[in-house]
Design a protein around this ligand. Structure first.
Ligand code: FMN
Length: 231
């Protein structure tokens, strides 16, 4: 198994070795406007699904992930779309994960309508309880283990770039330290269970497996939403 950067978080500081030197980054919380936007847009999707409609593009869930390639290559920046979502506080993670896993189990064999309600209710365990949301990280799943992934292994400093839909065009650059999380950890189980609730929706490509989750520790947030220029 490849060796991944060891990331430690303590007292609001993330520490990691990059190029054999230990670096320390201060965590910055996701701003309330960003969290509200994430929740509101997810709730809209849940309403779409209840009405039997399909969302066209869930922009708050699909930021561009920018990673750094080896600086000696012709062009050291890599971009990819990645599904990313809110995650619970550490102390809420085990119980929410268990509840999601139980929901997934009971879904097997249930009819389409009650299954949808059940799935949305399960997702609301996080999205309906703001106080349980971790404001210092986001979660996603690694599928392909290609360039973004090898870049994260070499240098876990990444940016997530979100652009919202008309009319507000919310836009955030969130600089993060990306931590690779293996299948045995609650964080992986939470993110895969949340994804599992929506895996069969036709806006997802069903995947045979997810080798890792990625925990994005947020260290800088820039609100780049569109505004009118002063003069
Ligand atoms: C709509 C969309 C969603 C995607 N979601 C993910 C995802 O959640 N996780 C992932 O590993 N790749 C995802 N991908 C694939 C990546 O964008 C990219 O194709 C893949 O990581 C290979 O690029 P790379 O070698 O530069 O990393 C998604 C692609 C698209 C177009």
């Amino acid at each position: 198994m490849a060796s991944f950067p060891v990331i430690k978080t303590k007292d609001g500081i993330v520490s990691v070795h990059i190029d054999n030197r230990e670096k320390h980054f201060t965590l910055e919380p996701l701003p309330p406007g960003f969290i509200d936007w994430q929740i509101t847009e997810r709730l809209k999707v849940f309403e779409f699904l209840r009405r039997g409609e399909k969302p066209a593009f869930l922009s708050p869930h699909l930021p561009t992930l920018l990673t750094l390639s080896d600086i000696n290559t012709d062009h050291p920046i890599n971009a990819a779309s990645k599904g990313v979502g809110l995650v619970p506080l550490d102390e809420e993670l085990p119980s929410l994960t268990t509840q999601l896993q139980e929901s997934l189990k009971t879904l097997q064999g249930s009819d389409q309508h009650s299954a949808l309600n059940h799935r949305l209710n399960a997702a609301m365990l996080l999205y309906g309880n703001q106080e349980k949301i971790n404001r210092f990280c986001l979660g996603g799943l690694e599928i392909f283990e290609t360039k973004s992934f090898s870049n994260i292994i070499r240098d876990p400093r990444v940016s997530l770039f979100f652009v919202g839909n008309f009319p507000l065009y919310q836009c955030y650059q969130i600089n993060c330290i990306a931590e690779i999380i293996d299948v045995n950890q609650d964080f992986y189980k939470f993110v895969t269970s949340m994804r599992g609730l929506f895996e069969m929706e036709n806006f997802h490509f069903q995947q045979p497996m997810y080798p890792y989750a990625i925990k994005y520790h947020t260290i800088q947030v820039f609100d780049k939403s569109l505004k009118v220029r002063d003069k």
